[in-house]
Design a binder for this molecule. Sequence first.
Ligand SMILES: [Zn+2]
Length: 318
Amino acid sequence: MKKRRLLLVVGIVGLTVFIGFNFAKDIGWIEQSPTLSEPPKLADGAKESTGQQGGQVEGEETPQPTEGNDESNVDKPEITDKPESTDKPESTDKPESTDKPINTGSTVEVVGISKGEDGAMGVVAEPENVASLVNPFNKLPEDYNPTDLVYPDVRFIFSEKIEKRKMRQEAAEALEKLFSGAEDAKIYLAGVSAYRSHETQKKLFDRYVKRDGYEKARTYSALPGTSEHETGLAVDVTSSDGKCAAADCFGETKEADWLKMNAATYGFIIRYPEGKDKITGYQYEPWHLRYVGTSVAEELVANDQTLEEYYDAVPVNN
Ligand SMILES: [Zn+2]
């Protein structure tokens, strides 16, 4: 009797491991460096999806949960507060930018509506616009797939030519310039994860829903269509040693400092800056770069603004 039960337990564990392994392989985690074991820090009270393959940056830029959830993420180092950059230029009056995409679905409509529910979201009207706002309230059209994806010629922490190495042409070229500008300053960066197809994000999210239910899943994983990685304009970077890939400790590195000061020159912004989590819906992610083009990037830095503020969009977590 005991033996039988033991066999059953072994069988179940074996099956679970097998399914998990195959899924991880499907979506490319398995290729990731096993040293990258720290997923990004979750918002207070968010449940981490533990037990996944290391370096699980896919889909894990975690919108802060709207409802509390008392399982907190215990194995992440705390970030220490870093002083705000002090040499910001004076704010200038913002000229009307001509390349602002118009987000359909009035932002007013989403106020007070349960956040992240499909019905409450706007759909990005010009998803191909490099300055588009994509966030938990503004999702990409269901059928949007960037058409100009290429492999940027920069170092990544893995060697395979796979989906997450891709970026849209313009962003890829800008990233190449950024990496080489960094090297001139003896800052050596590496890409961690860039493009993620809608299909991949969906697979990932569906899996979480099966495991934890919809409500819980959306507290720690971006809903399909709302992850910036689906635009082909976002990339997570780290130092070339890969030590703090998509982890809070990256914020303490000279690489992160350099990015803070210089990314905008190349058209990138630190999309989820420190102290703006109530607006962006994401905790500080010093590693997540979003290409928006040089003029918008420099304007955002000059005005100490997030993309949400730039568009007067509804704060994601107010
Ligand atoms: Zn990211």
